[in-house]
Design a protein around this ligand. Structure first.
Ligand code: SAM
Length: 224
């Protein structure tokens, strides 16, 4: 077995930038690794939404979108909308869904990460996995989500804990980290009121493939 080289500062910076906004050939690979590594986190988050027939769903930061087929399979007559800031991820997810015969029930929109380009109260279910760290104006952005969520609708936000993040060198570069208190403070400043936070723990392969990392993550469930 070949020995793994330790990641340099440059490697970590590049990885952080790619996780924030995958681009180019490396971005395609990063998109694949993210989708595989985060599979159970994504599945748990989707489960928390309790998707029902006819739901109109928004995902923020879908990455390469390989999980969208399993969402569409959960209930009849769903509409899925995906928003991302990465042109590459937008293109990949759209193409994957087109090839999978899902063009009729999916729509992908590229946007600026701040203003959600949809009318108020459009969505019954909204979710986002591993994007909270990149929100530049988190209170304003949460309020944007609140605006497009239907009354009685549900929002699930999944994020890796600040504790786990502290052990991952690449998160030094441009990641806003949250623990329970940070998250609570954020919600308190927003239009959302009630929420529950559930902690999960799992063993995953490190992003540079050289280690097993035990990671703790949270799924926050909010209602409007
Ligand atoms: C770390 S990846 C996570 C992808 C997928 N959700 C997962 O957990 O595997 C972050 C994704 O969100 C996108 N992204 C970053 N900031 C965003 C924002 N403010 N709004 C929407 N998407 C964003 C990135 O382009 C990328 O596709």
């Amino acid at each position: 077995m070949g020995e793994m080289k330790e990641a340099t500062e440059e490697d970590n910076k590049m990885l952080a930038a790619q996780l924030r906004e995958p681009m180019g050939r490396v971005g395609v690979e990063v998109g694949k690794v993210m989708n595989q590594t985060n599979e159970s986190m994504i599945n748990e988050t989707v489960k928390s939404l309790r998707i029902q027939m006819n739901d109109v769903i928004l995902e923020i930061g879908h990455g390469n979108g390989k999980h969208v087929t399993s969402i569409i399979d959960t209930s009849p007559n769903l509409l899925y909308f995906g928003l991302d800031i990465s042109e590459l991820m937008h293109r990949e997810a759209k193409f994957f869904c087109y090839e999978s015969g899902l063009s009729e029930c999916t729509e992908f929109v590229l946007y600026n990460g701040l203003i959600i380009p949809f009318p108020k109260e459009k969505f019954k279910k909204i979710f986002t996995v591993n994007t909270l760290y990149f929100w530049e104006k988190p209170v304003l952005f949460l309020n944007e989500i609140h605006r497009v969520l239907a009354p009685g609708g549900k929002l699930s936000i999944a994020f890796v804990s600040k504790n786990t993040m502290a052990d991952l060198a690449f998160t030094k570069y441009g990641f806003y980290k949250y623990n329970e208190e940070d998250f609570h403070a954020l919600i308190q400043q927003s239009e959302f009121n009630e929420y529950s936070l559930t902690a999960y723990s799992e063993e995953i392969e490190g992003k540079l493939g050289d280690e097993l990392v035990n990671r703790e993550y949270f799924i926050a469930e909010l209602t409007k």
